[in-house]
Design a protein around this ligand. Structure first.
Ligand code: PHE
Length: 344
């Protein structure tokens, strides 16, 4: 019996050593230490032993069991460790692999130009004002010295919603609203960016919806030279320090005198080219001194306060600056077009 037990121990240990994974090891455990295993079998024969032999054999059987159990445990630890190693090896990340590029969007070119102009005027002490796109006839026209039936209304064909409400045709109503809110008191220095609408047929240079940036400065002792100086700074910052501006007489009902402002051509420097159509100058905005009627209607004393106003189209500025030949590119949003305006 003693030999049989020792034999079993040998046998079990060989099998434990050669187990390749946790499942095989468990099979060995069940086979040798289980209730139906050979050790239990051997112990069953103890009844036949003498009273002196029995405790000796019992102790030996326990030793054998313990030896098998402890080598099972040791092997299990080894196999588990190997399993972890294998997992780690199969899950390693190669940090030297190049990354996959992530597609990053960019600002719409119009947004970028509007923000650039906003930044410029904010640094000159202007605030940003906004107004509704669905506007009252009163603010869009009447408060700007364009009473009903005024022929100059035809300059801006309009989308009317009712007799008294329309889609604003320019950002100038924000002038009237801001002055009115101030109740005739104190200076104003604002720019108003926003969308405007006109009943135009869309083509390379016209769109029924486009954007404008309005400027308005009201204070005591504001002169035409203030307007000119401001626009000169603007033109140089937007188109280059060598640019010059030129004012041409024009007409807007809400400004008197009114001017159209040209900037010397940034492409040819003023000699004449295809961009400036050979003239050396490019028209960029309309402006003028705020008409006394407009000041008075908004509650300002036109003897005490003067002001200047200007209005420009970011589309036109962007087209000139980036050589875009069709205004519709800004609205069709072809990614191939938009991606050319990624900021560095
Ligand atoms: N509102 C005018 C337009 O849309 C532009 C303008 C603004 C002219 C302010 C003078 C002063 O044509």
């Amino acid at each position: 019996m003693k030999e049989r037990l020792q034999e079993l121990q040998q046998e079990a240990i060989v099998k434990i050593e050669s187990a390749n994974d946790l499942k095989e090891l468990n099979d060995v455990r069940v086979a040798y230490l289980g209730k139906k295993g050979p050790i239990t079998e051997v112990l069953r024969g103890m009844g036949k032993l003498s009273a002196e032999e029995r405790p000796v054999m019992g102790a030996l059987a326990n030793e054998v069991r313990e030896a098998i159990a402890s080598s099972l445990e040791a092997k299990q630890a080894l196999l588990e460790e190997a399993e972890v190693e294998r997992k780690l090896a199969s899950e390693t990340i190669d940090v030297t692999l190049p990354g996959r590029p992530v597609k990053v969007g960019n600002h719409h070119p119009l947004t970028a130009v509007i923000e650039e102009i906003e930044d410029l005027f904010l640094r000159m002490g202007y605030c940003i004002a906004e107004g509704p796109e669905v506007e009252k006839d009163y603010y869009n026209f009447e408060a700007l010295n364009l009473p009903k039936g005024h022929p100059a209304r035809d300059m801006q064909d309009s989308f009317y919603i009712t007799e008294e409400i329309l889609l604003r045709t320019h950002t100038s109503p924000v002038q009237a609203r801001t002055m009115e809110k101030n109740q005739g008191k104190g200076p104003i220095k604002i720019i108003c960016p926003g969308k405007v609408y006109r009943r135009d047929n869309d083509d390379a240079t016209h769109s029924h919806q486009f954007t404008q940036i309005e400027g308005l400065v009201i204070d005591e002792n504001i002169r035409m030279s203030d307007l000119k100086g401001t626009l000169e700074v603007f033109a140089k910052k937007m188109f280059g320090e060598e640019r010059e501006i030129r004012l041409r007489p024009s007409f807007f009902p809400f400004t008197e005198p009114s001017v159209e402002v040209d900037v010397s051509c940034h492409k040819c420097g003023g000699h004449g080219c295809n961009v400036c159509k050979g003239t050396g100058w490019i028209e960029i905005l309309g402006a003028g001194m705020v008409h006394p009627n407009v000041l008075e209607m908004a509650g300002y004393d036109s003897k005490k306060y003067q002001g200047f106003a200007f209005g420009m189209g970011p589309e036109r500025i962007a087209m000139l600056k980036y050589g875009v030949d069709d205004i519709r590119h800004f609205y069709t949003n072809d990614v191939r077009f938009l991606q050319q305006f990624k900021r560095a």
